[in-house]
Design a protein around this ligand. Structure first.
Ligand SMILES: CSC[C@@H](O)[C@@H](O)C(=O)COP(=O)(O)O
Ligand SMILES: [Zn+2]
Length: 204
């Protein structure tokens, strides 16, 4: 995909994800793989009101080749996720209330659900009967260090749909922008169900 087409897709995804309330304030950042490398959102903008000049163009090694401002503070994590899973074309990082709260509530190293038909909204999932696991990593302001932790985890437990960062949000990935959007929507549905379930069942 050309850089300009990738920016157009990310501007559209930004409006959608902002309408859902999943990128409050200037939270979140987006990227796509392109013919010449990557495009990534510039840091500090409202991701629901992106324009074509709110992006940096990077080469295959992550070096800036065009654009204004600073690349997203979390660019190193995007680049690591692309390297870990070469078919990934689009990464959308969101800050929903549900992802933020549940990643703090569940103390373990994964958000795990079983029994929901909507698990099948995620690529490769064919049944509600097996657990769906989304890895949770402790938040870290040192993004390269966090990216290394994610890479280490991927060696034994491949990351397919995305990861949660505790008290922070989610990184969702897919082989095109529509798949990434579907993964976000499917996972957010599952997060919302789990929040409702916890309210009804109480904390045990
Ligand atoms: C609103 S503060 C959030 C940031 O610290 C960060 O987590 C984030 O998602 C956006 O950072 P950005 O540098 O704009 O890409
Ligand atoms: Zn963030």
């Amino acid at each position: 995909m050309h850089n300009d087409a990738a920016k157009a897709e990310l501007i559209d995804a930004g409006r959608w994800v902002a309408d859902k309330g999943w990128v409050p304030a200037t939270g979140g950042n987006f990227s796509m793989r392109t013919q010449s490398g990557f495009v990534v959102t510039a840091s500090g903008h409202d991701k629901g009101k992106l324009d074509t000049h709110h992006f940096l163009e990077l080469d295959d090694n992550g070096n800036i080749v065009a654009g204004e401002g600073k690349p997203s503070a979390e660019t190193a994590l995007h680049l690591k996720l692309y390297a870990l899973r070469p078919s990934t074309q689009c990464i959308l990082h969101t800050h929903s209330v549900a992802a933020t709260v549940l990643s703090r509530f569940f103390q373990g190293d994964a958000f795990s659900v079983t029994g929901y038909e909507m698990q099948k909204s995620l690529s490769g999932v064919t049944t509600h009967l097996e657990p769906l696991n989304i890895a949770i990593f402790d938040n870290d302001q040192d993004i390269p260090r966090l990216a290394e932790l994610v890479a280490k985890h991927h060696e034994t437990t491949p990351i397919v749909h995305g990861v949660l960062i505790r008290g922070h949000g989610m990184y969702a990935m897919g082989d095109n922008v529509f798949e990434t959007r579907r993964h976000i929507e499917g996972l957010e549905f599952l997060f919302a169900c789990e929040l409702e379930r916890l309210k009804l069942e109480g904390i045990k």
